[in-house]
Design a protein around this ligand. Structure first.
Ligand code: F6P
Length: 346
């Protein structure tokens, strides 16, 4: 155990939407900090809200046991954005956060979150706090990393749901439309769509035409394909006030007359125990965050680059989104197998 790091106080908070693997990351940070470096670990409640209201507890090794497999976050989360003025007091909460960071006596703060959270983390780092970001989200859209934890689990859950639609679709000879999460990015829809054998995959990054989708489904039906699976991301272009699934299902019914049903998978995608891959990724991210802190390196987001766990400067990732390139190799290969992305006649 290094003497230089002994007694250092490392805060940890989780902000934004939850996802599977957060607790594995908290455990990775906590155990590495305590066992390897003799640091103290301060768990901050409900995202940045806990720093504003000074709600925190010291986490010891015992409290970090038994949480590897748990979904959600033991710390709680919130979508508070400290750099926006408080609607009631008009105050900029980042000042309070900086004051409380000092009063609690933190030497570093690990911030687990998605895009919005990494943007806040970058701003706090620019203002002099010792911040390390950890990227998490089922959407896999955090810029600067190959992958976020939570994604693998969500792909698994969504794929299982699509698998289950096949048998009921086949029994009734129907078109099944399933909507998956992803407001901006189609990673989850693309991966689960391909893994689940979707026939049509619609993602926000590839503009689609419902006439093309309808003609494609009609052709399948005429070619004695008894049913079709249409996987859509919630964030595809659609009229206001309707879900992606309802809009697409309704359009298919109107344009083809084929019997069509819709499913919105919703928050199930974010819940429950992480897959082994997410447990490993989150653990590696957590441990690496502490290694950086021990080396006195801050203002960084832990990331995966190929097989390497490394880091990128927070100011290079904050505020940016990692979207599916429309010419991504999975898209290209899928097209060659006849999958319709709604943009080209097949
Ligand atoms: O976690 C990411 C995400 O699931 C998005 O796909 C979704 O649009 C969003 O969070 C919704 O979350 P909430 O209702 O918690 O704001």
């Amino acid at each position: 155990m290094s003497l230089a790091t002994r007694g250092m106080k490392v805060g940890i908070l989780t902000a934004g939407g939850d996802c599977p693997g957060i607790n594995a990351a908290i455990r990775g940070v906590g155990k590495t900090a305590i066992i390897e470096y003799g640091m103290k670990v301060i768990g901050i409640s409900s995202g940045f809200r806990g720093l504003i209201e000074k709600e925190y507890i010291e986490l010891d090794e015992t409290q970090l046991s038994g949480m590897l497999t748990l979904g959600g976050t033991i710390l709680g989360t919130s979508r508070d954005k400290p750099f926006k003025n408080d609607p009631v007091t008009g105050e900029n909460m980042s000042k309070i956060i900086k004051k409380n960071y000092k009063e609690i006596g933190l030497d570093a703060l690990v911030v687990i979150g998605g895009n919005g959270t990494q943007k806040t983390a970058a701003k706090l780092a620019a203002e002099g706090l010792n911040i390390i970001g950890l990227p998490k989200t089922i959407d896999n859209d955090v810029y600067g990393t190959d992958v976020t934890f939570g994604f693998d689990t969500a792909v698994s859950i969504a794929t299982e749901a699509i698998d289950r639609l096949h048998s009921t679709a086949n029994s009734h000879k129907r078109i099944m439309v399933i909507e998956l999460m992803g407001h901006n990015a189609g990673w989850l829809t693309l991966y689960s769509g391909v893994a689940g054998g979707g026939d049509v995959i619609l993602i926000p990054e590839i503009p689609y035409d419902m006439d093309i989708v309808a003609r494609y489904l009609e052709k399948r039906s005429k070619n004695k394909k008894p049913y079709s699976i249409v996987v859509v991301a919630e964030g595809i272009a659609k009229p206001k006030g309707t879900s992606a699934a309802s809009f697409v299902a309704q359009s298919i019914k109107e344009k083809t007359g084929l019997e069509t049903r819709e499913t919105i998978l919703g928050y199930v995608q974010r819940g429950g125990s992480p897959t082994p891959m997410d447990r490993i990724l989150a653990t590696r991210y957590g441990a690496h965050a502490v290694e950086l802190i021990a080396e006195g390196k801050f203002g960084l987001m832990v990331c995966k680059d190929g097989e390497t766990i490394t880091s990128v400067p927070l100011d290079q990732v904050g505020g940016k989104l990692k979207l599916v390139p429309p010419d991504h190799s999975i898209v290209k290969k899928s097209r060659k197998m006849g999958i319709c992305f709604g943009d080209k006649k097949i």
